[in-house]
Design a protein around this ligand. Structure first.
Ligand code: 16G
Ligand code: ZN
Length: 586
């Protein structure tokens, strides 16, 4: 052990840690993993995890000599759940090596806590004499307040200082961390600072929109009965000259994420409960912590149309590209998607918009990381989580252009400058994305139907399958190909060859103990068939067995032949677990 570090342990009050840790005792036998976006489980099992994440945030803060964020939320998951994630200095997700430390610390038995803390400090060469500062935010779940108090206990017992922001959306907490670690250059690290920065940019932009009819200026927002409602309500008067929002599922009666919110709308392909939609009215849904957004409308025939993250990315990247052409700048712009992106969106971006598209593994940290490689990187998951990132050089160049160029070019540069300010570059942000989208639609004079008509989504289906051990499936090529179990990918390849424009993949979930199946093809019938057959292949790959239980959706979103009928044609075989289930999630 290096001497400096050894001496440092005097600065860690191990006795106090043990004493306080016992007040936040770990339930026996509970093992949790820091998943794609932190820990998540039933709220009653999380007290010890919160305390320990408070400790870990202090160590990370000391190591990076920066402010670290801790967010208490379980996003789109049921109200009874909760979760926690750490936010790194530039507002990004926690570094992967620290995710492992988080898992180790959360699962340590009481008597091993001191050793694990010392191990982490040693491995990461943490100078324990360094000051630490942690900022904390939480969503509106009934359990969140008490759990964030446990985070604070962890922070204080290790001698860290903290600021508790109380109720915040997840992206607002990311924003606060980013502001604090960039000396205020990114913005003021207050809720007021966030509202002012975004609203100023939005109002400037919409002032320039020639179409100012009411149709462009009002929007129905389903807030998933979550924190988004509170924050949007606080914020709306800041931007009311540019947009009027009508809030639904604002938490005054319904349950968080129950029959509403972005995840519900995306996966059930129908509007949330509690929202009356007239034909062609523009509507959107946030998820429970307001880091995802999807749009939708009913056409004149009453058919529901979903506009997901792929179409949002298309609208944004097309607009940014047009502005660059206008300004006369040839900057390198890229769009980052995951395997879930609809094939039509990828084709449209590459072939019509001539924008390069890249695919990464699921999870915001992967997309965010890839998007940082470009002058302008736009990333979105189909589920509505995403933002755009601008390199520092681009920001400076655009600022200069907005001052120096003449007339039309100057106007375009000014617009781009405001759009840059309107994005939350720390994380995907439903409020910020909503304002970006509303500004673009107003500036381009586009209706929601015209936006939707950019391309037609290929029909697609997602299923989840419970297996005894999802780690049996491993993938490569940004989760688009299965490596194990042997034979599975070959079976998928054979299947996909049979249908036009078709694609299918399987991947183990990073947040639940299930395997996910995705399939798309050029017609609804084939898609149902293919998704079910892919699942059948999974079962085959696990070995011969008995027929499985399965549930299927009550309706097909386009009114075509019911998926249930196609699925019944398959007998699900399984030797792995008699409890395995195939569950349709849309
Ligand atoms: C998490 C991710 C989300 C991803 C989802 C996939 C963040 C902030 N959230 O919710 O981006 O789409 O996991 O879940 O990264 P899955 O692995 O269970 O399919
Ligand atoms: Zn979320």
């Amino acid at each position: 052990m290096p001497e400096t570090i050894f001496l440092n342990f005097v600065d860690m009050d191990l006795g106090a840690i043990t004493k306080y840790s016992a007040l936040h005792a770990k339930p026996n036998g509970l093992i949790l993993q820091y998943g794609t976006a932190g820990f998540r489980t039933k709220a009653e099992h999380l007290d010890h995890v919160m305390f320990r994440m408070g400790l870990l945030a202090v160590l990370r803060s000391k190591q990076t000599k920066s402010t670290i964020g801790v967010m208490v939320t379980a996003s789109h998951n049921p109200e009874e759940d909760n979760g926690v994630k750490l936010v790194d200095p530039l507002g990004e997700m926690l570094a992967p090596s620290w995710e492992e430390h988080a898992t180790c610390l959360a699962n340590a038995e009481e008597q091993d806590m001191q050793r694990v803390l010392i191990d982490i400090s040693e491995k990461e060469a943490v100078n324990l004499q360094q000051d630490a500062f942690v900022v904390i935010g939480r969503d509106t779940r009934p359990s969140s307040e008490k759990l964030s108090q446990s985070v604070i206990d962890g922070v204080t017992v290790l001698g860290g200082q903290f600021h508790d922001y109380g109720l915040l959306t997840t992206p607002q907490l990311h924003y606060m961390v980013y502001c604090r670690n960039t000396g205020g250059r990114y913005g003021k690290a207050t809720i007021e600072g966030y509202y002012q920065k975004l609203s100023k940019a939005f109002v400037e932009l919409t002032k320039q929109a020639s179409c100012s009819g009411d149709e462009y200026r009002s929007l129905k927002v389903d807030c998933a009965n979550g924190i988004g409602a509170l924050k949007l309500r606080e914020m709306e008067h800041y931007f009311s000259q540019g947009l009027s929002v009508q809030l639904f599922n604002d938490g005054s009666k319904g349950k968080l994420n129950h029959l509403c919110g972005a995840d519900f709308v995306k996966s059930h392909q129908k509007p949330p409960q509690g929202m009356e939609i007239k034909s062609n009215e523009r509507c959107c849904s946030f998820d429970g912590d307001a880091d995802r957004i999807v749009y939708y409308y009913h056409d004149a025939d009453g058919h529901f149309h979903l506009i997901d993250g792929d179409k949002i990315a298309t609208l944004i990247s097309s607009f940014l590209k047009e502005l660059l052409v206008e300004i006369g700048e040839s900057l390198n712009i890229g769009v980052v998607q995951t395997a879930y992106a609809n094939g039509s969106s990828t084709r449209y971006l590459e072939e019509v918009m001539k924008v390069p598209v890249y695919c990464t593994k699921t999870g915001v940290k992967h997309l965010h990381h890839k998007a940082q490689e470009f002058d302008i990187g736009v990333y979105f998951e189909a589920n509505g989580h995403g933002t755009a990132l601008f390199s520092t050089a681009v920001e400076m160049k655009i600022k200069q252009s907005a001052e120096q160029l003449e007339d039309k070019k100057r106007k375009a540069a000014k617009m781009l400058e405001n759009i840059i300010d309107l994005f939350n570059q720390a994380a995907g942000d439903a409020i910020s994305d909503m304002l970006v989208i509303e500004a673009i639609l107003a500036l381009k004079g586009l209706t929601v139907q015209q936006w939707d008509a950019l391309y037609t989504d290929l029909p697609n289906r997602q299923l989840k399958v419970q297996v005894a051990d999802r780690r049996v499936i491993s993938t490569t090529n940004a989760e688009r190909q299965a490596v194990t179990p042997p034979g599975l990918q070959e079976a998928i390849n054979d299947l996909v060859k049979k249908y036009k424009l078709s694609r299918a993949f399987v991947r183990p979930s990073g947040t639940e103990d299930v395997v996910r199946v995705y399939a798309e093809a050029d017609s609804q019938f084939k898609i149902g068939y293919k998704a079910a057959e892919t699942t059948h292949n999974i079962n085959n790959a696990f070995g011969p067995g008995t027929a499985d239980e399965h549930t299927v959706p009550k309706q097909c979103c386009d009114g075509s032949r019911s998926f249930a009928k196609e699925t019944r044609a398959f007998r699900m075989r399984s030797a792995v677990a008699s409890h395995r289930k195939l569950i349709m999630i849309n």
